[in-house]
Design a protein around this ligand. Structure first.
Ligand code: PNS
Length: 188
């Protein structure tokens, strides 16, 4: 029995299989909390696919293509991380990609209810796929993409909470919006 076991990156027995996990989300934009989860996940899984949902009802700050570009830049130095997009049911995507685990970050008790609901629904839809919850480092437990966007838009500092490239992209977005506002004011 033990002879069939081989060691995966984190020393966990993987029975010779490549363990592929999907880390789904909006990633609008990637935060250091997401990066932290990926780094922890890479100790458990051989490959992680960052899967960015395309058909969102919410209106995102960054387009899907921008979010993909940002994530690819952030994870450029991680050969075991792939960035992709998906549409429709997450479990269908996970099956298509021949993965068997969904990774989700759990920051606080407030995340639990919605995550529990999602995990159980996904399990009902596809019982062979497991959801694994991972806790980020304490310093990232209070950050989310939404909070980052809000703080940045109101002039607050977000350095240390997002990768440098994300901060630069947030600045670019702001710059693109500013001339428009100035133009509107001149027209009055
Ligand atoms: O980063 P987010 O916005 O919390 O991610 C939510 C996401 C993309 C994981 C979730 O909305 C999702 O999986 N959507 C795909 C549709 C689906 O499969 N729904 C059924 C599960 S409840």
């Amino acid at each position: 029995m033990t002879s069939q076991l081989s060691n995966s990156p984190g020393g966990f027995p993987s029975r010779g299989r490549t363990r592929v996990a999907v880390y789904p989300g909006s990633f609008d934009p990637v935060t250091n909390g997401h990066v932290d989860i990926i780094e922890r996940g890479l100790r458990l899984f051989d490959r992680i696919i960052v899967a960015i949902l395309v058909n969102m009802e919410k209106s995102p700050l960054f387009t899907v293509q921008e979010r993909v570009d940002i994530a690819r830049e952030v994870f450029r130095g991680y050969p075991s991380v792939e960035v992709d997009t998906f549409n429709g049911l997450l479990v269908d995507y996970v099956e298509r990609r021949k993965a068997d685990v969904i990774v989700r970050g759990l920051r606080a008790l407030s995340d639990f209810e919605v995550e529990f609901q999602m995990a159980l629904m996904n399990r009902r839809l596809s019982p062979q796929i497991e959801t694994v919850f991972m806790m980020p480092a304490e310093q990232y437990t209070y950050i989310s993409s939404r909070v980052i966007k809000e703080v940045f838009a109101l002039g607050g500092r977000v350095s240390g909470l997002v990768p440098d490239t994300v901060e630069a992209r947030l600045r670019d977005k702001q710059r693109l919006r500013e001339p428009q506002t100035a133009g509107e004011r001149q027209d009055l």
